[in-house]
Design a protein around this ligand. Structure first.
Ligand SMILES: Cc1cc2nc3c(=O)[nH]c(=O)nc-3n(C[C@H](O)[C@H](O)[C@H](O)COP(=O)(O)O)c2cc1C
Length: 328
């Protein structure tokens, strides 16, 4: 029997398969099923600041309308028809009460103060850690990249100052130097990084000449991007490395671990196959480990990282040049 046990952000997990922040956590029953199927941990979908700003705006509007009409109306509490912060916190608490596996809350804010404030409130729900989801599309032509990075560091510092819980920072792959950003995050008290967030790209329908914004799930090919960066980072950072994007099978999880991932997060594979698929992935991982004579995850984690693989240039430019020149 193989041993899947591992530690992520200082928290013991029974295995390295983590349900990624997604609509999977919209239903407590599904979260329970994920736990029964063997999930090592689960990240609850993010609370987004825009969602909360909308909530506050509506509340202020309602109070103002009431105040202008009659004084008693000040006691009127507007009905919130969408998920605001309070609803989200209640949801996280409800999920916490329903399962025993480690849970992570995720937040995505815009203004510096909001990050710390949401983090503090999420930390009080009893989750085991926080995922800071830095999903932002840089559209300002005048704003240089280092300014955006500085803002990220300030966010992480402000969250760190507010909560004692472990923090993982979920990054986009679009940094000039991913490795430098990871190293700077370590200095600022992060415990791990999630590589990477997957940007949903809008498409264009040429027939109707309109924009098409629809959710397209990842494919296994997309795993190569986080795989490379994890392989490059393994052994060079003290941060835990969570692979996110493109892991669809037990073998994909094995690949992530060979590159050096601490855990493997999955959304698309579980949305496509159902959360019970986690048990299939664990069987596939077990089969591979037995075939290769490994007893535990530590026996093979990082074996094909840049630090440990036969060809240290395989993850760098040299390999790219070699491949291009070898094409007839
Ligand atoms: C329906 C859906 C909802 C998602 N919601 C969130 C979210 O709330 N917060 C977040 O950080 N990522 C969210 N993601 C991104 C996933 O956590 C993950 O990073 C991405 O889907 C790539 O992983 P995958 O290839 O395993 O799907 C969502 C993804 C999907 C498909």
């Amino acid at each position: 029997m193989v041993d899947f046990a591992t530690t992520y952000l200082g928290i013991p997990l029974k295995n390295p398969l983590v349900v990624a922040a997604s609509s999977i956590s919209n239903h407590v029953d599904t979260v329970k099923q994920a736990e029964e199927a063997g999930a090592g941990a689960l990240v609850i979908r993010s609370v987004f600041e825009e969602q909360i700003q909308f909530d506050q705006l509506r509340m202020e509007e309602s109070l103002n309308i009431g105040a202008e009409s009659f004084a008693e109306a000040l006691t009127y509490f507007p009905k919130v028809e969408h998920g605001g912060l309070k609803e989200h916190l209640m949801w996280v608490e409800k999920t916490r009460a329903a399962v025993k596996m480690p849970l992570f809350a995720s937040l995505n804010a815009v203004s510096p103060g909001a990050w710390a404030s949401y983090a503090k409130q999420l930390a009080e729900t009893g989750v085991n850690g926080l995922e800071v989801n830095f999903y932002a599309v840089a559209t300002d032509l005048k704003r240089p990249g280092n300014d955006i990075e500085r803002a990220l560091y300030e966010v992480v510092e402000s969250v760190r100052a507010e909560v004692a819980l472990p923090i993982a920072v979920k990054l986009s792959p679009f940094y000039t130097s991913v490795v430098n950003v990871v190293s700077e995050l370590e200095k600022r008290g992060a415990n791990g990084v999630v590589l990477f967030n997957r940007f949903l790209q809008p498409d264009i329908d040429p027939d109707t000449e309109t924009l098409v914004s629809q959710m397209v799930l990842s494919t296994p090919d997309e795993m190569r991007i986080p795989l490379r960066w994890i392989a490059l980072l393994y052994g060079r950072t003290g941060l835990d490395l969570a692979l996110s994007t493109g892991a669809h099978t037990g073998k994909d999880a094995v690949k992530a671990l060979l590159a050096g991932a601490t855990v493997v997060q999955m959304a698309a594979a579980l949305l496509k196959n159902g959360v019970h698929y986690l048990s299939t992935m664990l069987i596939q991982m077990q089969g591979w480990m037995e075939e290769h004579g490994y007893q535990s995850i530590a026996d093979f984690r990082g074996n094909v990282s840049q630090k440990n693989c036969d060809d240290p240039f395989a993850f760098e430019r040299a390999q790219y040049v070699r491949l291009l020149l070898s094409q007839k």
